[in-house]
Design a protein around this ligand. Structure first.
Ligand code: NAD
Length: 450
């Protein structure tokens, strides 16, 4: 079968559904892959590179009349009319929000597979394009924030004075949130995060972040997704959001419950009370935003000089990386759809992943699929017996004095026989602190020698 990779028609789109590497991997599964001329340029995938990888570059007509068309964004009405009857089209489709698209695909009698409908189960992780994109987008959100922020993320004490570390507050610790926590921490910021699912606290902490605790009834989710907050939970979290955001330099919001508008968590009043120079990156902008003043795809600067970024294309801003991950997710799907490794696509509706992504087939709408039972909640572990605390006898004060004197002598010897730059390393300090010990960027903070 022939697979066609078209140029994305959405304005400003930089992604492409296959890279030179993933197109060759599809060919290795027995398919004949053709790529529309110029399709990969914005993702650093030139026509020449495709040709060098043995992939045929061709015109739009040949691509759109292929047996299978793979793209990133949902096909437009005009693009659907270019598809052959019986062809298969694979892309993001947001089928739950796109009744018109489903009707057009059904009427064209094509098989439509929605990559954003891959169920979040362990077996399907290798095909989960939403996670791939959210992961890149979370990282990029930190880069966008750093670009706007007027200070560096790492705290230091230098000869020119103290530089406090940036304080980053992340709302929602799903895929994008965890990526943002990791990236901001790696850049030297102090990171705090909150999520309505208490089970993610451990993941936040494993990335070096601090999980913000709110006293309220919180349930471990049974399917890995949050439920809408109760009125009591909303009241309990409102004060926390206000305080955390006001104390932060950068707020990155990613809160979302699939299929619902994004919950509005940061109010206009909170923004009005944030310090000048603070930055909010609202990753939920495409779904209405978690911040009251967000405008999708816009950079808004408030009167009190707080910058709010509502970019919905953060994943596309790292086009080469995202295209490679998207393409690899597609290859993993095709490994499942090509049991004979013979270039023939076989769709098995008995398989929950394949059924879950099938939106239309042979003139029929198959949306929505039957629900998939997933469980993200870890089984309740048996209480672990803690070892008895071992109390060491206090050290003899004479031994303590001797150890300190020995350390001073050793340091002196090392300094005497080292290059002149050696003592200079001890004049730069990195902050290690939590917001609990820092009420403002200028307040004294404990520091650690590098
Ligand atoms: N801008 C872009 O280019 C881009 C790219 C990918 C994803 N996104 C967006 O990023 C957001 C996050 O995506 P994701 O894949 O990480 O989703 P996810 O489902 O993995 O994470 C969302 C998290 O929000 C939490 N949450 C829900 N309601 C909350 C609340 N009231 N308070 C605190 N936490 C709450 C959930 O428990 C979950 O952990 C989505 O809005 C998605 O559309 C944007």
């Amino acid at each position: 079968m022939r697979i066609g990779i078209p140029r994305e028609s959405r304005r400003g789109e930089t992604l492409v559904a296959a890279t030179t590497v993933t197109a060759a991997q599809l060919e290795a599964l027995g398919y004949d892959v053709v790529v529309e001329s110029g399709a990969g340029v914005a993702a650093d995938q030139t026509d020449a590179a495709f040709t060098a990888a043995g992939i045929r570059v061709t015109d739009a007509d040949e691509v759109w009349t292929s047996d299978i068309v793979i793209k990133v964004n949902a096909p437009t009405s005009a693009e659907i009319r270019r598809l052959r009857r019986g062809a298969t089209v694979i892309s993001l489709m947001a089928p739950g929000r796109s009744p018109k698209l489903i009707e057009e695909l059904r009427a064209q009698r094509v098989t439509a597979l929605a990559m954003d409908a891959v169920p979040r189960i362990s077996r399907a992780r290798a095909m989960d394009v939403l996670s791939s994109m959210a992961n890149v987008a979370g990282y990029r959100a930190v880069i966008e924030a750093a670009h706007e922020f007027g200070r560096q993320f790492t705290g230091q004490v230098t000869a020119a004075g103290k530089v406090p570390p940036a304080r980053v507050f992340v709302v929602g610790a799903g895929v994008a949130g965890l990526a943002a926590i990791g990236a901001a921490g790696a850049m030297g910021a102090i990171v705090r995060a909150f999520d309505v699912r208490p089970e993610v606290a451990e993941q936040v902490e494993s990335l070096g972040g601090e999980f913000v605790l709110v006293e309220m009834e919180q349930e471990v989710s049974s399917d890995g997704y949050a439920k809408e907050m109760t009125a009591e939970q909303e009241a309990a979290t409102a004060a926390m959001y206000d305080e955390e955001a006001r104390n932060a330099d950068i707020v990155i919001t990613t809160a979302l419950i699939p299929g619902r508008p994004a919950p509005q968590l940061i109010t206009a009043e909170t923004v009005a009370n944030m310090r000048a120079g603070s930055v909010l990156v609202d990753m939920a902008a495409a779904n209405g935003g978690n911040v009251a003043l967000t405008q999708a795809d816009e950079r808004v600067v408030t009167d009190n000089l707080v910058t709010i970024l509502g970019y919905t294309d953060t994943a596309s801003r790292l086009a080469a990386q995202t295209s490679q991950l998207f393409g690899t997710n597609i290859v993993n799907l095709f490994k499942l759809l090509t049991p004979g490794k013979d270039g023939e696509l076989v769709l098995d509706h008995e398989d929950v992943v394949q059924r879950g992504i099938t939106v239309t087939q042979e003139g029929e709408s198959l949306w929505p699929p039957p629900p998939v039972q997933v469980s993200a909640a870890p089984a309740a572990a048996a209480p672990v017996a803690r070892p008895e605390k071992v109390v060491k006898p206090p050290m003899d004060p004479r031994r303590k004095l001797f150890a300190a004197a020995l350390a001073v002598v050793l340091f002196g010897l090392a300094a005497a026989y080292s290059p002149p730059s050696f003592p200079g390393h001890f004049t730069v300090f990195r902050w290690r602190s939590s917001w609990a010990t820092t009420s403002s960027p200028t307040s004294p903070m404990p520091c650690t020698r590098l």
